[in-house]
Write a protein that binds this ligand. Structure first.
Ligand code: ZN
Length: 262
């Protein structure tokens, strides 16, 4: 299934997205996902609307965002880092999440704010201590796109990454969640700044694949429905400035586009 979250007069709603005659439509409203206490199930009748005509919201309201650092060899190298021996985890503040089209705000505290286009896993079922032979797919609701925006200078000077990764607006997410793709097949992850291609990778090059990531994370912490796991960024990260427009496209999901403002 493919779904999005969008604003209606009655408040945020989830909608199933279908392709009709080559165009995306929101076909019907879905019951709220468990992580979002503010969404009420609408009982009103719903006429299908073209996907492009609604005000999209971030498709997930996560209790936590568990990111993976240095999960593409060439990206680790471009920042002068070794490839880690086991997945490198860090948390991104859920309050940083913004919707497609919403502005990324460059904080005055940073001189260099980079984009990081990433495929992200959305958890569908509570997951604790997944076993080595356990199939992880039943725990995955689907996949979306995250731009793991990073204050690169503060990431270095702080010595840890909470502030550099956690500013308000530093987690654009969307435009939808789909379970109709398989990252193991190799999906292109591409980031464009003002239309120019800056990052182009494939999920085939993930150092630690999604099963390995979920096992590693759940060995330490329980993943809850709606938690989001951005899987790392390919090479080509670069800074953004006010007035820029950044787009992240993941094959089979779509494009997450955000303007950059001061
Ligand atoms: Zn990242």
């Amino acid at each position: 299934m493919i779904y999005c979250r969008f604003q209606t007069e009655a408040g945020p709603q989830y909608g199933e997205v279908v392709v009709r005659a080559g165009t995306l439509w929101i076909e019907r409203l879905l019951p709220p996902f468990e992580e979002d206490p503010w969404t009420k199930l609408s009982v009103a009748r719903f006429e299908p609307v073209p996907f492009g005509t609604v005000k999209l919201l971030a498709p997930v309201v996560p209790s936590k965002i568990v990111c993976i650092g240095r999960n593409y060899r060439e990206h680790a190298a471009e920042l002068g880092n070794e490839v880690p021996k086991e997945p490198l985890l860090f948390l991104k503040a859920p309050s940083a999440v913004i919707a497609p089209g919403e502005a990324i705000r460059i904080p005055a505290l940073s001189q260099r704010v980079d984009f990081e286009g990433e495929l992200a896993v959305v958890i569908g079922r509570r997951a604790t201590k997944l076993g080595a032979d356990e199939d992880v797919r039943p725990y995955i609701r689907g996949y979306t796109i995250v731009n793991d925006v990073t204050a690169r200078d503060l990431q270095k000077s702080d010595g840890q990454w909470s502030r550099a990764k956690g500013f308000d607006t530093f987690c654009p997410m969307g435009p939808l969640v789909t379970d109709e793709i398989d990252p193991r097949a190799g999906l292109t992850v591409e980031t464009r700044l003002n239309g120019e291609v800056k990052q182009q990778g494939t999920t085939r090059d993930l150092i630690f694949d999604i099963a390995a990531l979920l096992r590693h994370i759940t060995a330490a912490m329980t993943l809850l429905p709606g938690d989001v796991i951005p899987t790392g960024t390919p090479a080509g990260v670069a800074p953004m400035k006010p007035g820029d427009r950044v787009e992240v496209t993941v094959e089979g999901i779509g494009t997450l586009e955000n303007p950059v403002e001061s």
